[in-house]
Design a binder for this molecule. Structure first.
Ligand SMILES: NC(=O)c1ccc[n+]([C@@H]2O[C@H](COP(=O)([O-])OP(=O)(O)OC[C@H]3O[C@@H](n4cnc5c(N)ncnc54)[C@H](OP(=O)(O)O)[C@@H]3O)[C@@H](O)[C@H]2O)c1
Length: 269
């Protein structure tokens, strides 16, 4: 049986960097919506001698995630899932951002839970933005709805986002969706542990990726306020994912790990 590592959002940025690291001892399945991007990524991985394939998947569509998980489980034992797919404020409207980041995480966690086995690990990629939305705006008391009705959950989230002036909505939707990712991963830990699966979320700060490039206008002033005054390099987070997924870290679950060059910490002083 092959040891499989599934990487959503694996066609670019952190996901692709992680494929290069995890590919040293896993069979890699990268997924995303853009087939051309995935093909280019596979060429890059193949050139490095990494065994990898692409599987098109839209995480905001549960059926699409089911197809991905089913396919992966047929190829071998799913040892790790790195859920890096996401959309940032400049990429879509507020509702699409919430759908991809929040609903996408629900789909990935719920579906892969069925297919993962003892000793495996799922990592949900959040963002330091999840720490930065003022408490008063956070609709966290409604997060529980995500486990009852996705429609009701989305309605409550978007009601809160739409209270804000239009120009702030995509940013707030991103922050809320990423705060929710942290909550969902934490509150999944107990359920996952019953099957011997670990689940951890990681909140990156500002990283040099295609997404990071799109958000540069907002982030360039912000970086001056961080402890480490530069963008993170994708390798710096890819190795974190690798260490978290390693079975030697078998007591680590139900936590969020901030990897932000001390940005959030610097806001406290
Ligand atoms: N870069 C940063 O500064 C930063 C900071 C904090 C958090 N993050 C988070 O880190 C993760 C990785 O982002 P990145 O910086 O590496 O950016 P990226 O290169 O843009 O990667 C994001 C990937 O997600 C895929 N994706 C988007 N929507 C999707 C969907 N509905 N279904 C499946 N795949 C989808 C994209 O491919 P397709 O468009 O082809 O689907 C893309 O390859 C994201 O969750 C992001 O929110 C990034």
């Amino acid at each position: 049986m092959k040891n499989i590592c599934v990487i959503t959002g694996g066609g670019s940025g952190m996901g692709l960097a992680t494929a290069k690291v995890m590919g040293q001892d896993h069979y890699i399945i990268i997924s995303g919506r853009t087939v051309e991007k995935l093909k280019k990524a596979i060429d890059e991985l193949t050139e490095l001698g990494i065994d990898a394939e692409a599987f098109a998947c839209d995480v905001s569509d549960k059926k699409s995630v089911e197809k991905l998980a089913k396919h992966a489980s047929k190829l071998g034992c799913i040892k790790s899932v790195i859920h890096a797919a996401g959309m940032s404020p400049n990429m879509a409207d507020a509702e699409a951002i919430m759908k991809v980041n929040a609903l996408g995480t629900i789909h990935v966690n719920d579906v892969f839970f069925q297919y993962m086995e003892n000793g495996s690990c799922l990592i949900d990629v959040s963002s330091m933005s999840g720490y930065m939305i003022p408490e008063i705006i956070m609709p966290n008391k409604h997060y529980k709805l995500s486990r009852i009705s996705h429609r009701q959950f989305m309605k409550k989230m978007m009601q809160r986002v739409n209270l804000l002036p239009k120009k702030h909505r995509t940013g707030v939707s991103y922050g809320i969706s990423k705060n929710f990712v942290i909550w969902y991963a934490k509150t999944d830990a107990k359920k996952f542990a019953q099957k011997g699966i670990r689940i951890v979320s990681v909140s990156p700060g500002l990283f040099e990726t295609p997404m990071g490039e799109m958000e540069k206008e907002i982030s360039k002033d912000f970086i001056e306020k961080c402890a480490i005054k530069r963008y993170g390099k994708v390798e710096e987070i890819a190795y974190l994912f690798r260490y978290i997924a390693d079975k030697k870290l078998s007591y680590l679950t139900g936590v969020d790990i901030l990897c932000d060059g001390g940005c959030v910490a610097s806001q406290l002083s």
